[in-house]
Design a protein. Sequence first.
Length: 339
Amino acid sequence: MRILVTGGSGYIGSHTTLQLVASGHEVVIADNFSRSKPSVIGRLDSLSGASIEHHVIDLTDREETDRLFAQGAFDAVIHFAGLKAVGESVALPLEYYSNNLGSTLSLLTAMRANGVKKLVFSSSATVYGEHAPVPMQEGFPTSANNPYGWTKVMQEQILRDVAAAHPEMRIALLRYFNPVGAHQSGMIGEDPQGVPNNLMPLLAQIAVGRRDLLRLYGKDYNTPDGTARRDYLHVEDLAAGHIAALDRLEKTEESVSTWNLGTGTPTSVLEMVSAFAEASGREIPIVDAPRRPGDIADSYADPAKAQAELGWVASRTIHDMCTDTWRWQSQNPDGFPDA
C-alpha cells in the first residue's frame, strides 16, 4: 500500500516508517519538523535503502493538507503527528487543543474528500486517567487529568463519531504505554527537545554526561520498592504493532478497533535505573524529590486483546531496551544533527 505517515520523522514515526518500507509498503512522510529534525530523513533513507518521499507540511493547514491528499493517492494513513508533553500541555493548553485536534480534523476532512478509508491512530494509555485499575483493559472508561491526555480522549471520540457516520471507515486506535529503546543500528532513537519528560531519555542523557542526576519523584508508593511502576515497551515492538494493526484493517468488519500496546509487565523506576546503569556501565546519581501531582503508582497494560486479534506480542526485554537506548545515545550524544 501507499501509506501517509504523519509525524514520520518523530521517534515512533521514524521506527514505524522503516518497518513499513521493510514490509513492502510505499511510505510518504508529512511532518513540519516542529519537534524533530530534517536530518532524520537522510538516516531513514540510508537504513531503508530507499528514497522516502517527504513533505514539509503543517497538518492544521487545511488547504495544504487537501493539496497533499489530492496528489497523493494514499491507501491508508498512520497518524503520529501531534504535541505530546504533559507538562507543556498544562502551560500551553490552547496550543495543544488547537494543534492536536486541528490536525486530526484537517486530516479526516482530506481523507473523506479523497476516499481514503483506513487510519491507524497514535493514542495513549493516558486516556485511562489516574484512577483506572491495573492491568488496564480497552473496555475501561476514558478520562484524563491534563490537556494532552484530553486531546487523546477527544481525538478518539472524534474518530468514533466519524466511523459511526461513515461505517465504511476502518480505524485502529492504538493505546501505547511507555515506548523506549532505539533502532539496533544506533542511527535513530529518541531525541527530545529540552529537558526530557520521560525516564529513559533522562537516564540516557545522565549516562552520556548531558545531565547531572535523576530526581526520584516519590519513594512511598504502594509498590515493592516504593517507586512508581510503568509498562515499558520497546519502540521496535511498538512499530510492529502498527504493521499488525494495518494488516488487520484489511480484514476486519469493525469500523473502529482499539488495542493496548504494552508488555503487561510493570517495571519500577529503581529497577529501570539499575538496568540502565548495567547496560551503560555508568553510574546514575539520584536525589529524592516529592511526588509529582497526578502521578500514579502503577500503570500497565492488559495486552491480551492485541495478542488474540493482531497476533502481536512484545518480545524485547528491559535489557534490550536499555542496551539499544545506550547505543543510540552514546553514538549520538547530542541527538540528531540540526542539518
